[in-house]
Write a protein that binds this ligand. Structure first.
Ligand code: UD1
Length: 429
């Protein structure tokens, strides 16, 4: 079968306005949470990306019905039954594990294939299990499946997470909402997507307080009292940050709309340190740059620290800055796969464990490259826009997992980019 690739040529600028889609990392969990509503929940602003298709399939395999009208999903979970979440879906997307909490909450039992997905470091689920165990959930591993059950019912408890894990906070929260009594989650993740999930849970009748802070308190309610709801997904801060990097790289001015600037405070600080002018409004951010890109140091941390999901994009900016930058990855192991690819385009990066020393170069050169993960893939397309000549990007299914119409949005901002079939790169529109 011919391979679909993204073909990019050096472009003059990226400027104009782009609308940000709903947050992938929020919408995925909102779909899973609708299992708790036991009826038809309506979720607006859901991005058209392949990861969402997988989560819809998860709900359908469990017995639910999902219909889509544009960016609105109707997720009817009335007929969801105590079935297993199959390997074929969990192996494609690790976030399928988000069905675990809501299924245990609804049925007192769940059977979920052990996750695979994006190969960024070890990505264990031990903290999900530790948190849920405090609530009375017992786990067994059976032929590659995780079997969870609550033989004595679910009860509230005090949980202290070892690390502010997004997935562990979410699964624990979605289980605790129906556990008898009060649950406290300390060292909880503070990402905006956690707040969005807590808001939807509360709209369904749950009692979650403090989401967005490092202590979340949950007052358990009865499953029967929960009901479906209508909810709008927050904007995707990582998509917004990716386009802002594009504007910073090429000069802009580039404005992203549909995003709360408070979600990207650390990224905005870094853009300013790198010599960009950044303006913000209630739901927009605009970046422009006149002088050279300045080097900076970046270390990824849980929110509100610098997001690991923007590390590759900012490494690209560092690669073209006047001087040397240090990028430190603290959230995931092995998240420097992107570095190997931009080195093939002429970037000067030295890797040492979870540190990358990036010595800025004057120019990148177009080359054939491969997406190794979702965010690195998006950064490679931006690299191609700035690089001399033509860049052909392979394995673009990674990009389709998380960016709605990435190529179309970039082209509307002036990029010389298109999707094509390998062997036809000479056919240029
Ligand atoms: C979510 C996001 C992902 C983002 C990440 C960190 C989704 C679908 N994905 O992933 O885009 O990069 O947050 O912001 O929302 N860990 C353990 N044990 C656990 C859980 C996590 O060791 O039980 C480790 C992981 O291996 C990783 C780190 O903790 O090194 C962070 O993981 P976590 O915050 O849970 O990220 P995800 O929820 O997987």
């Amino acid at each position: 079968m011919p391979e679909e690739v993204i073909i990019v040529r050096e472009s003059k600028n990226l400027s104009g306005t782009v609308n940000v889609s709903g947050a992938k990392n929020s919408a995925l969990k909102l779909i899973a949470a609708s299992i708790l509503g036991q009826g038809e929940s309506v979720i607006h602003n859901v991005p058209l990306i392949s990861d969402i298709d997988i989560m819809c399939k998860v709900v359908e395999r469990l017995g639910g019905k999902v219909t889509r009208e544009g960016h609105t999903l109707r997720v009817d979970t009335a007929a969801v039954a105590d079935r297993e979440t199959p390997y074929e879906l969990v192996s494609k997307m690790r976030a399928s594990i988000s069905a675990l909490g809501p299924m245990v909450a609804r049925f007192g039992h769940a059977r979920v294939a052990m996750p695979g997905g994006c190969q960024i470091g070890a990505r264990k689920i031990d903290m999900h299990l530790v948190g849920m165990s405090v609530l009375g959930v017992k786990f067994e591993v059976d032929h590659g499946f995780l079997e969870a059950s609550a033989p004595n019912g679910l009860h509230g408890g005090d949980i202290m997470l070892e690390f502010a894990s997004v997935g562990a906070t979410e699964n624990t929260m979605m289980t605790a909402v129906v556990a008898q009594g009060r649950t406290t989650i300390e060292n909880a993740a503070r990402e905006p997507e956690i707040v969005d999930l807590a808001n939807m849970l509360n709209e369904m009748g749950c009692k979650v307080h403090g989401a967005g802070n490092s202590t979340i308190e949950i007052e358990g309610v009865s499953l029967e009292s929960l009901h479906p709801c209508e909810h709008t997904t927050v904007g995707d801060r990582i998509e917004a940050g990716t386009f802002l990097v594009g504007g910073a790289l090429m000069g802009g001015p580039l404005r992203v709309e549909g995003i709360d600037p408070a979600f990207l405070r650390m990224a905005i600080i870094k853009l300013k340190q790198m010599g960009c002018l950044v303006e913000t409004g209630e739901d927009w951010i605009e970046v422009r740059r006149v002088g050279d890109l300045k080097p900076t140091d970046i270390q990824t941390l849980p929110h509100p620290g610098f997001p690991t999901d923007l590390q590759a994009q900012f490494m690209l900016l560092c690669a073209l800055a006047k001087g040397s930058s240090l990028v430190t990855e603290n959230v995931f192991e092995n998240r420097f796969m992107f570095a190997e690819e931009i080195m093939r385009m002429g970037a000067d990066v030295s890797l040492d464990g979870h540190h990358a020393v990036v010595q800025g170069v004057d120019k990148l050169e177009g080359a054939p490259v491969s997406c190794t993960d979702l965010r690195g893939g998006a950064a490679l397309v931006l690299a191609g826009i700035a690089a001399e000549g033509e860049t052909i990007i392979h394995d673009i299914h990674h990009i389709d997992r998380g960016y709605e119409d990435y190529v179309g949005k970039l082209a509307a901002l002036g990029a010389n980019v298109r999707r094509g079939t390998l062997g036809q790169s000479d056919v240029w529109r």
